[in-house]
Design a protein around this ligand. Structure first.
Ligand SMILES: *[C@@H]1O[C@H](CO)[C@@H](O)[C@H](O)[C@H]1NC(C)=O
Ligand SMILES: *[C@@H]1O[C@H](CO)[C@@H](O)[C@H](O)[C@H]1NC(C)=O
Length: 466
């Protein structure tokens, strides 16, 4: 030891060394440290922790997925881990799921307001922007955005979760549920199937159930229930309904459209359907007002607000503004790579859209056979994936599996009102509607959605009385 070293310096050096050592142990025991959100700009004070950041799923092409994680409000260590995925394909679970549907906050002007019916009351909620090219998720190699499909997405999602557990080892063996809506009717079962496969080598995923909201499970059944929904809700005339069911149905139109050659008859039928339904009706909730500024983004028409209107139909615009703020992106540890702005649905992702036609109801069948409980729920005002198609698919699946009805078709309650209808088969496959809910059910019916979510996690039947 150099005895000429002044005493003070030695002390200072030792101090630095101790600090470095402490930091190292901290990082080692809690690698999530750097992803911890201190506070989101404009957020009210809360008692739970939030984290966000990146998980690299492919070092070579520098593909990284962005997540936002809101721990449960009370007793996070005792609550399950729930992954939430939005669909599209190509739409953001952060912007849609977390900030418009079931996350702890919703943007309102410069501020964030509490969502009193946030799903993190019941679970630790993990929102993933997937696949790459969605929201803040990126690839440094832009050719990676071409031809992304269900297979790539499922594999990336699996790798994401595996590596996310390295950041959050305390969640590794936690009860895990995968939830999502719309095109997540593909993502969720496909990811669950990969997990079960992975578990055969190494039991990593403690998968306890999946829940699918207004999901695409079987393209033709789901899409062809649209005509009747339009017709029975008065959105199209009797004549148009006949054309839409006999001359060209919706699955045929979509199938032609994605192959780049729409037949004259389908073009005529769809033209008439569009004229009658009008673009001023939200197809994701035929009873809800539209956000005029979104529909007519070029003009400045103000929608007169009705009294007692508690739902902000322009929440999507608010989210776009909020997530494009530099201070918000800093707080989230997010960066824009290869895009100038954060968007609700990706403009750069070139998804293999014909994957839409891959049935995933068959995967759901496998999951049930493997003992994984499944809930399919429908916001009953959605015309995009109407409840009738989902109900028919679930009913058909129950028959195929030979599952007997364990809860007969009946109403369920939230408060003193009917929250929707439900039926359960073999105590493992459940169907439920959410009355008055849109495609994004937790957005338009937050209370009812939370009751449904709680029952799902508890493996309990929905409230039969009040
Ligand atoms: C994981 O949790 C299950 C209970 O859900 C338990 O039986 C199992 O032993 C746990 N495994 C590990 C590795 O902790
Ligand atoms: C939809 O149209 C296709 C092609 O014409 C046909 O094969 C299918 O049976 C139709 N489905 C329904 C539900 O009408």
């Amino acid at each position: 030891m150099d005895s000429s070293l002044p005493w003070k310096k030695v002390v200072a050096l030792t101090g630095i060394l101790i600090q470095i050592l402490c930091l190292c142990t901290l990082v080692e025991s809690s690698p999530s440290l750097f992803d911890r959100i201190i506070s989101l700009p404009g957020q009210p004070q809360v008692g739970f922790e939030q984290y966000s950041g990146y998980v690299t799923v492919d070092e070579k092409k520098q593909r990284a997925l962005f997540y936002y994680f809101a721990e449960a409000e009370i007793d996070p260590t005792l609550k399950p881990l729930v992954l939430w995925l939005n669909g599209g394909p190509g739409c953001s679970s952060l912007g849609v799921g977390a900030f418009s549907e079931n996350g702890p906050f919703r943007p309102s002007g410069e501020k964030l307001v509490r969502n009193e019916h946030s799903w993190n009351r019941e679970a630790n909620m993990l929102y993933l922007e997937t696949p790459i090219g969605v929201g803040f998720s990126y690839s440094s190699d832009t050719s990676s955005y071409e031809g992304v499909d269900d297979k790539i997405t499922a594999r990336d999602n699996l790798v994401f979760l595996q590596r996310w557990f390295d950041k959050f080892p305390q969640y590794r063996n936690r009860s895990l549920y995968i939830t999502g809506e719309s095109y997540a009717g593909h993502y969720v079962p496909q990811l669950a199937e990969l997990m079960l496969l992975f578990n055969k080598k190494e039991k990593l995923f403690n998968l306890k159930g999946i829940a699918l909201g207004n999901p695409v499970l079987e393209f033709a059944t789901d899409f062809n229930s649209r005509a009747e929904f339009f017709w029975s809700h008065g959105l199209i005339s009797d004549t148009t309904y006949t054309m839409f069911t006999s001359f060209c149905n919706y699955s045929r139109y979509v199938s032609e459209y994605y192959r780049g050659s729409v037949s004259p008859i389908c073009s005529r039928v769809m033209g008439q359907v569009s004229r009658e339904t009008s673009r001023f009706v939200d197809k994701y909730d035929v009873t809800l007002d539209v956000c005029i500024s979104s529909v007519l983004s070029q003009s400045k028409v103000l929608a007169p607000k009705q009294d007692g209107d508690t739902i902000d139909v322009c929440v999507e615009d608010e989210t776009v503004n909020y997530l494009n703020r530099k201070d918000v992106q800093m707080a989230l540890h997010a960066q824009l790579v290869g895009v100038r702005r954060w968007a609700v649905c990706s403009n750069i992702l070139d998804y293999e859209l014909l994957n839409l036609e891959i049935p995933t109801i068959t995967i759901v069948q496998k999951l049930i056979k493997a003992g994984i409980p499944v809930l399919v729920y429908s916001g009953d005002q959605d015309s995009v994936i109407p409840l009738t198609g989902s109900r028919k698919l679930v009913n058909g699946l129950a028959k195929e599996l030979g599952l007997r009805t364990t809860v007969p078709y009946r109403v369920w309650f939230e408060g003193q009102q009917v929250g929707g209808w439900t039926q359960v088969y073999g105590d493992i496959l459940s169907f439920a509607t959410i009355r008055g809910a849109s495609h994004e059910a937790p957005f338009s019916q937050p209370e009812r959605s939370l009751v449904l979510f709680k029952a799902f996690l508890g493996g309990l039947p929905l409230p039969e009385a009040f």
